[in-house]
Design a protein around this ligand. Structure first.
Ligand SMILES: [Fe+2]
Length: 410
């Protein structure tokens, strides 16, 4: 983040003596990205942040990950994955992944373990419910519609307040606002759909007493469970431009036009080889002959994942898409509105839709939990639900069975 923030007590000059009430020095820690050449923060700990007393291998649930073959548009119903006793981090149901990003989903009401993702930044999206994100930087309260960006290696945990549904986007690198939204010195530009006033960060550091505290670390070679000599939430002050921060999707101001605007106007964040976009309730295209739903399109370089998180997504009406659905429209497949959607949308002035999109440049593989909640008829919905099941014989002849159940429904 380019946005400087300070919480708690810090000394007037960096890297100088800063003493605790008992006369001992606070332990200064610099967390910084790209070596010492990008955003960073300085944190002041009561105890050494280096003091671990155990390091144990942890066997995380990896699960299977298979290519999208045969190549098909997919529809997954995440609300069939209800897992109320899940750990919000260790029990995430992985849905799709490539070497740049992994998308997962969890339904939970219990606090997570303490956790550090040493591979990259995480972006959590709260579909419903409330939670407190506790970290070495302090606490952030989040609710329905909030994105939370947690920088690489920040130790944090998720504490739901009741049942929360969370989509997680784990990057192999850093997630931030699109560079085109920022001035050369990092201020949000006038044309950006959100700005500094819409962002929230931890207001106060939080200090917790405790010894021999477990922290689960996901790193570039697997998982390790550290036991820290002292609780890692022991920071009395920090300042800098690196910290967990939140943005509500409801503070994203849509950009509209006389004719249909392309998805880059919805872009909210960028990560390594992927983007995150927000489709929010908005007035729609107002040219007298406008067709407010998208034209058929084929983004030849990317896979498109869309998470339907509220309202009614007009272009998908009749396809079986519902609250909590995820569609995957891969590169190699032309997608577009469902049959009849273009005619139906003419004259409509407002779309009440809420969706989070992740477009990846590398293909997304499918993980087992996603396949377990797949609506297998989705691929044929543009053809009215008609599909052919073909069996090829050795002589090249094909026997064909026709299935014509009509469009799938919720
Ligand atoms: Fe699309």
């Amino acid at each position: 983040m380019p946005y400087y923030r300070r919480a708690g007590e810090v000394p007037p000059k960096r890297h100088t003596q800063f003493r605790q009430p008992d006369g001992g020095l606070y332990a200064e820690e610099l967390m910084g990205q790209e070596g010492f050449s990008s955003d960073s923060s300085l944190l002041y700990h009561r105890h050494l942040p280096t003091a671990i007393v155990a390091a144990e291998e942890y066997d995380a649930k990896a699960g299977s990950r298979v290519p999208n073959r045969p190549l098909k548009p997919r529809h997954f119903r995440t609300h069939k994955l209800d897992t109320p006793d899940a750990d919000p981090i260790l029990d995430r149901a992985h849905l799709m992944a490539n070497d740049d990003v992994r998308l997962s989903y969890v339904v939970t009401e219990r606090p997570s373990v303490l956790y550090r993702n040493a591979i990259g930044d995480e972006c959590l999206y709260v579909e419903s419910g409330r939670a407190r994100i506790e970290s070495t930087f302090g606490a952030l309260d989040v609710a329905e519609g909030d994105y939370v960006v947690i920088p690489t290696s920040v130790i944090y945990r998720v504490v739901p307040d009741g049942v929360a549904r969370i989509l997680s986007i784990e990057a192999t690198g850093h997630i931030g606002p699109p560079r085109r939204y920022l001035s050369v010195r990092g201020q949000f530009l006038e044309a950006s759909p959100y700005c500094e006033r819409d962002l929230r960060g931890p207001a106060e550091p939080s200090t917790v007493d405790g010894i021999d505290v477990e922290v689960y670390v996901q790193h570039r070679r697997g998982w390790t469970r550290y036991v820290y000599a002292n609780h890692p939430f022991d920071v009395v002050g920090w300042d800098g431009c690196l910290y967990p921060w939140a943005l509500s999707i409801h503070d994203f101001e849509p950009i509209t036009g006389r004719v249909h605007q392309p998805p880059p106007v919805h872009q909210t964040f960028e990560g390594p080889n992927f983007v995150i976009c927000s489709f929010v309730p908005r007035k729609v295209d107002y040219h007298p002959l406008a067709i407010p739903v998208p034209y058929n399109h084929h983004n030849v370089d990317s896979d498109e994942m869309l998470f339907y998180t509220g309202g009614n997504y007009e272009a998908r009406r009749g396809s079986g898409i519902e609250q909590g659905s995820i569609s995957l429209h891969p590169g190699g497949f032309t997608h577009g509105p469902q049959p009849g959607a273009a005619e139906r949308a003419i004259g409509v002035e407002y779309f009440d839709e809420l969706a989070v999109m992740v477009d990846t440049f590398r293909p997304l593989d499918l993980c087992e939990p996603a396949l377990s909640c797949e609506d297998s008829g989705y691929a044929w919905t543009w053809a009215g639900g008609r599909s052919l099941s073909r069996t090829l014989a050795g002589d090249g002849s094909a026997s064909v069975a026709v299935s014509d159940p009509g469009p799938t429904s919720g």
